[in-house]
Design a protein around this ligand. Structure first.
Ligand SMILES: [Zn+2]
Length: 458
């Protein structure tokens, strides 16, 4: 591949890229708001146009929710096939104050501004531009399948189904490229682990209607107290130890090598606290904090429903209350087993607490020494001119467990184009054109690298 030509293209294409991305950002494809259903579809259709330009076959995959966009480009059956994943739906603008309109799509100070610019329309378009360029000069060295999800920000409820409908065979794919993560400490990142999730709602009922503490207080179990005790008991069951760490026999202890790698990241806890607005951290030690973010599970309460919240000093005892709780899981925890343990701890407090599990996502971890991970590392180092970091992630990406279920063990390369400056999910979201250029240089090199490796699946 002519690397110099690719690098030249990555700069020359930027004016066109800015205008194309601006157009996509102007479509408020908010998957979580039914008012914007038509906008989500409009954005999906716009993406068909971009896929068409690359020469890929393309269609929408209809689901019970928003459609997924599918594309297929085969250059040579003997070459590896990479599945490119991005999502085109976006978060709502949110509460914060925007300097420009949230869906302006305007180019200002070298960046395209607006909701979705960096998460995930910018990286999506940078990948399409790369493929368009490489295929146009007949230097595309791999086959590609594209799947652009329209419900990532809504928890990916239909993604497994969309994947099945895509018609991709389980053995057709050699690896997956996913660009929907963020840089760290000014360095490109390649993510090797994600935490899983177990989400539950617990409800306690103790009377047929709200009652009065002056009349029955002392004779009735208070649902708010019972649920608070259950949360406290779960927290204590896992954390009642001198280190404050989460104890679970299934949690994989980090190896010396992994701890050393964490140390080398120079993670700055104080900067993290400033960026996130945290005022009461569980630790000030940078290494401990990183370990807790990526390698330790959590148990959290998210909301209470029930009781009186008005201005008066009401002494009503609610007849029922509900609490929303979750656990983030790490390798090698099993969501079913974690849910059972959680349920056991809750039932110990009061066996009449009803528990409904609403979400279950397994944790994910991949080898950093896989050839595809190394290919991504060297591609990003050359593409961005900065040595990338292998990082964990405290969150979950809904598509990843669906990939694992569908394809089994395949390399999933999570390569970040977005920076910490981009305001992911926050006000004033943007995508810098220099990141698009670096992304194009990186993806171009990555595809070329893996193309040279030949097929990895028989
Ligand atoms: Zn995203």
């Amino acid at each position: 591949m002519d690397i110099e030509a690719l690098d030249r293209f990555s700069r020359d294409v930027l004016p066109e890229f800015a205008s194309d991305l601006g157009g996509l950002v102007q479509i408020p494809s908010i998957s979580g708001d039914p008012v914007h259903s038509e906008d989500v579809r409009k954005c999906a259709e716009a993406l068909l146009g971009f896929l068409n330009r690359t020469g890929a076959d393309h269609r929408l995959i209809e689901t019970e929710g928003h459609p997924a966009v599918f594309g297929s480009l085969t250059v040579d059956e003997k070459k590896p096939t990479i599945l490119v994943y991005n999502h085109y739906d976006v978060q709502p603008p949110g509460e914060g104050k925007w300097e420009l309109e949230p869906f302006s799509g305007k180019l200002k100070d070298g960046a395209v501004h607006g909701r979705g610019a960096t998460d995930d329309k910018g990286p999506l378009l940078a990948t399409i531009e790369t493929v368009d360029y490489l295929n146009g000069i007949e230097e595309l060295n791999v086959n590609l399948r594209f799947i652009f999800e329209g419900e990532e920000e809504s928890g990916s409820p239909n993604f497994s189904n969309a994947l099945k409908q895509s018609g991709i065979g389980a053995n057709d794919i050699d690896g997956i490229l996913l660009c929907d993560t963020v840089w760290m400490n000014g360095r490109p990142t390649i993510t090797y682990s994600l935490r899983g999730l177990v989400y539950a709602e617990m409800t306690y009922r103790s009377a047929k209607a709200p009652v009065h503490s002056g009349l029955v207080g002392g004779a009735v179990k208070n649902p708010l107290t019972v649920l608070s005790n259950a949360i406290a008991a779960c927290d204590k069951a896992y954390r009642n130890n001198p280190s404050g760490d989460f104890l679970d026999e299934d949690v994989a202890e980090p190896t010396e090598e992994e701890l050393q790698a964490l140390d080398n990241l120079n993670f700055d806890a104080e900067r993290f606290l400033r960026d996130t607005g945290i005022t009461r951290p569980t630790t000030l030690n940078s290494l401990t904090m990183l370990k807790r973010l990526w390698m330790q599970p959590t148990i959290e309460a998210h909301g209470f429903i029930g009781g009186y919240t008005g201005p008066a000093s009401s002494t009503v005892i609610p007849d029922s209350a509900t609490a929303k709780i979750s656990m983030r899981l790490v390798p090698n925890q099993d969501p079913n087993k974690a849910a059972k343990t959680l349920s056991d701890n809750i039932k110990k407090v009061d066996e009449d607490i009803e528990i409904k599990f609403t979400k279950s996502i397994p944790p994910f971890k991949t080898r950093t020494d896989h050839p595809y991970m190394k290919a991504a590392h060297s591609a990003a180092e050359q593409g961005f001119g900065i040595i990338p970091a292998y990082v964990g992630c405290g969150g979950s990406i809904g598509a990843v467990p669906a990939f694992l279920e569908y394809f089994g063990q395949r390399p999933i390369v999570m390569l970040a184009m977005s920076t910490e400056r981009d305001s992911y999910h926050g006000p004033n979201e943007k995508f810098e054109l220099q990141q698009a250029a670096g992304g194009i240089r990186t993806v171009g090199r990555f595809l070329d690298n893996v193309g040279k490796m030949g097929r990895t699946v028989a």
